[in-house]
Design a protein around this ligand. Structure first.
Ligand code: UDP
Ligand code: MG
Length: 148
């Protein structure tokens, strides 16, 4: 089953949106396979965003991510990478549809409260970086009520 890496950024934690965000993924029918609250080092944040290191906003992005604790999660389910991105909404909250997490709770691109892997391959890399111990090993008893 597909997995994705979701991170509630420091603004999402500070604004008390952890429960609300987890709720959306849970209610959709996805399964939580990893969860931790963590403040990361600068070098770790730079590694997570290494593909963006040439972008003009990279410095500010790294400062933002290390500014407080984040909630790192692994979510599992059919098409969870692409569907997770839909639940999150467009990168710029000004363009995120209402009903998406960023559309409902964020205003600016540099304070967009949540990260989600953009492809199955990046999800695999990000899960490996954030959860070297691997995902939790459990199966939800709701499975037959969500999948046919
Ligand atoms: N970002 C920013 N300014 C920009 C583009 C991106 O501050 O012009 C930040 C924003 O927080 C975004 C993160 O950099 O979530 C990673 O950018 P990416 O293009 O990967 O967007 P995402 O995958 O998070 O939607
Ligand atoms: Mg991205």
């Amino acid at each position: 089953m597909e997995q994705t890496f979701i991170m509630i950024k420091p603004d999402g934690v500070q604004r008390g949106l952890v429960g609300e965000i987890i709720c959306r993924f849970e209610k959709k029918g996805f399964t939580l396979k990893g969860l931790k609250l963590q403040t990361v080092e600068r070098s770790f944040a730079e590694k997570h965003y290494e593909d963006l290191s040439k972008k003009p906003f990279f410095g500010g992005l790294v400062e933002y991510i290390i500014s407080g604790p984040v909630v790192a999660m692994i979510w599992e389910g059919k098409n969870v990478v692409a569907t997770g991105r839909k639940i999150i909404g467009a990168t710029n909250p000004a363009e995120s549809a209402p009903g998406t997490i960023r559309g409902d709770y964020a205003v600016e691109i540099g304070r967009n409260i949540i990260h989600g892997s953009d492809a199955v391959e990046s999800a695999r890399k990000e899960i490996g970086l954030w959860f070297p111990e691997g995902p939790a090993n459990w199966q939800s008893s709701l499975h037959p009520w969500i999948y046919e």
